[in-house]
Design a protein around this ligand. Structure first.
Ligand code: CA
Length: 227
């Protein structure tokens, strides 16, 4: 297996040390930064496979770091934080973090999460669905990460795009909440279905017609061209 390159942005020396020891024990390559600015500068220089991001950093909030990173980088981000409140989780995930681990966590769990987000990021298995998806006037371009209805381009957050792509890839089919969550977020955490609802509501609004996405009571959602 090739060496994974991990960028760790964490100001707590003890936590960073434990993480570095665990990752180096499986022969991964860890670059450590203690500040948000330092982390973003590193990110601009090198190709990393996964970023581990603390939220409580001395110079800026980790949420801001994630937001900045997302404007230019596709690299998977795992937030590692003592802040377990749902608002932090929702915000981090909406701004493009791929997973969220609340401290304290076990190192085996951390390794498993890193492998999972890396696998999903497409480096190990190219997504077969890289072709443009069309459903009536809706087009979703997975490679360019653009979506439009008719001539108007939709301005979507990364996760809204992922949810839309997921639903549009199999129009007319009912997708279970759990499978959407598992595919788009690859995780189960308390309150996550509320996040999914928020994303669906935002998509309906941005698509200009709520009938694009139908709620199937007790099951999930279905995307189809409004009649
Ligand atoms: Ca911290």
């Amino acid at each position: 297996m090739r060496v994974m390159k991990i960028l760790l942005i964490e100001d707590d020396g003890a936590i960073a040390g434990a993480i570095i020891d665990s990752l180096e024990a499986v022969q991964w390559d860890v670059t450590h930064e203690r500040t948000g600015q330092g982390g973003l500068a590193r990110l601009g220089q090198g190709a990393f496979d996964v970023v581990l991001l603390d939220l409580g950093l001395p110079d800026m909030d980790g949420i801001e770091v994630a937001r900045h990173a997302r404007t230019s980088q596709e690299v998977p981000i795992i937030v590692i934080s003592a802040r377990g409140e749902e608002t932090d989780r929702v915000l981090a995930l909406e701004l493009g973090a791929d997973d969220y681990l609340v401290k304290p966590f076990g190192m085996r769990e951390l390794l498993a999460r890193i492998r999972a987000v890396h696998r999903r990021s497409g480096h190990s298995s190219p997504r077969p669905e890289s072709e443009i998806v069309e459903v009536g006037p809706l087009t979703v371009d997975p490679r360019g990460r653009r979506a439009q209805v008719g001539d108007s381009e939709l301005t979507l957050t990364p996760k809204e795009f992922d949810v839309l792509l997921y639903l549009a890839s199999d129009p007319g089919a009912v997708h279970r909440r759990e499978t959407i969550l598992a595919d788009v977020w690859d995780m189960n955490w308390y309150g996550s279905t509320k996040t999914l609802d928020a994303h669906i509501a935002a998509l309906r609004k941005k698509m200009g017609n709520p009938d694009w996405i139908e709620s199937v009571r007790g099951v999930g959602f279905r995307l189809q061209e409004p009649q």
